[in-house]
Design a binder for this molecule. Structure first.
Ligand code: HPA
Length: 273
C-alpha cells in the first residue's frame, strides 16, 4: 500500500475506534464560521492533534476539531478549523482531512470560506455560491504519484461544483429571503491580501471573489468523485478604485456576522443531499 493510502487508513481506523458513526456529508468551516454548526448534535469530537496524519491548525479563529454527529437528520462530519497553504503545510497535508472524511463515508462535501469580493455587485456580508474556480498557485495537491484507488490521474473539472445543489441553494435562499450570489472563486496562496492592481487583475480574469482556501480541497474532493457545494461569505471588497485597508480580524468579524445565514442555508441544504 502507498504511503498516502496507509496514512489515510490509519486516520480512519483511529476515528472508527472512537465512533461507529458513518457520516454522509462532510462540512468544512471557514474563518469566523465555527458557529455555523452550533445545531449539530455532536456525538464525537476529536481534536486534530490526536488524529494520526492530521496537521495542527495555527490560525486565530480556527479551533481545530473534527465534529461528528447529526444535523437536521443527516449524519455529518465537520472540520471546525482548516489547514492553509500559507501556514507552511504542503497541499497534500492541507487536503488530507478531505480524503479521510471521504473514506469515513461522506459522499458530499459542503465547503465554506471567507473571501474578498471582486464583483462590485456583491457586498460585504453577502453570500456567494461558488460555481467555478481559478487556481493561482504553481503547486497542486494532486502533484506526484497518482493513487488510482482514490481517483484518476487526470481528473475532469468541467463541473466541480454540483449544478443541482447550486439550483437548490438558490431556491432555498429565495424561500428564506437570503441574498445569494453565484460566481467564480479565485484561489490564491496568501498570506498577503491583494494589492489594488492584483484585485483589478483578478476581476479582469473572471473572478467574483478571492480567497486563500477551498480550491485545493475542492480539487481533491472532485478527484475522489464527491458532490461538492461551496459557499463564500464576502468579508471585504477588493475594489481597486477605492483601496481599503483589511485585517484578518475584519475578515473574521464579517464572517461571524454572516454566520446565522450560512447556518440556515447549510442546514436546509442537508435536506437535499
Ligand atoms: N483576499 C484574499 N483572501 C481573503 C480576502 C481577500 O480580500 N478576504 C478574505 N480572504
Amino acid at each position: 500500500m502507498s504511503e498516502l493510502l496507509n496514512e489515510i487508513s490509519k486516520s480512519v481506523r483511529f476515528i472508527r475506534q472512537k465512533t461507529s458513526f458513518g457520516p454522509e456529508v462532510a462540512i468544512v468551516l471557514g474563518s469566523g464560521l465555527g458557529e455555523v454548526v452550533s445545531n449539530l448534535e455532536t456525538e464525537t469530537e476529536i481534536p486534530y492533534s490526536e488524529i494520526p496524519g492530521f496537521p495542527v491548525s495555527t490560525v486565530k479563529g480556527h479551533s481545530g476539531n473534527l465534529l461528528i454527529g447529526m444535523w437536521n437528520g443527516k449524519k455529518v462530519v465537520a472540520m471546525s478549523g482548516r489547514f492553509h497553504y500559507y501556514e507552511g503545510y504542503s497541499l497534500q497535508q492541507v487536503t488530507f482531512p478531505i480524503r479521510v472524511m471521504k473514506m469515513l463515508g461522506a459522499h458530499t462535501i459542503f465547503i465554506t470560506n471567507a473571501s474578498g469580493g471582486l464583483n462590485p455587485a456583491i457586498k460585504v456580508g453577502e453570500l456567494m455560491v461558488i460555481n467555478d474556480h481559478i487556481y493561482l498557485n504553481g503547486d497542486h495537491p494532486l502533484r506526484g504519484r497518482n493513487e488510482e484507488e482514490l481517483g484518476p490521474r487526470f481528473p475532469d473539472q468541467h463541473a466541480v461544483y454540483d449544478k443541482k445543489l447550486i439550483e437548490k441553494a438558490l431556491d432555498v435562499a429565495e424561500q428564506h429571503k437570503i441574498q445569494l450570489h453565484q460566481g467564480v472563486y479565485v484561489g490564491v496562496t496568501g498570506p498577503t491580501f491583494e494589492t489594488p492592481a492584483e484585485y483589478r487583475y483578478l476581476r479582469l480574469i473572471g473572478g467574483d471573489a478571492v480567497g486563500m482556501s477551498t480550491v485545493p480541497e475542492a480539487m481533491v474532493a472532485n478527484h475522489m468523485g464527491m458532490r461538492i457545494f461551496c459557499v463564500s461569505v464576502i468579508t471585504d471588497e477588493g475594489n481597486p478604485l477605492v483601496p481599503q485597508k483589511i485585517s484578518h480580524d475584519d475578515v473574521v468579524r464579517a464572517a461571524r456576522e454572516a454566520g446565522p445565514k450560512m447556518m440556515l442555508l447549510l442546514s436546509e441544504m442537508l435536506q437535499h443531499v
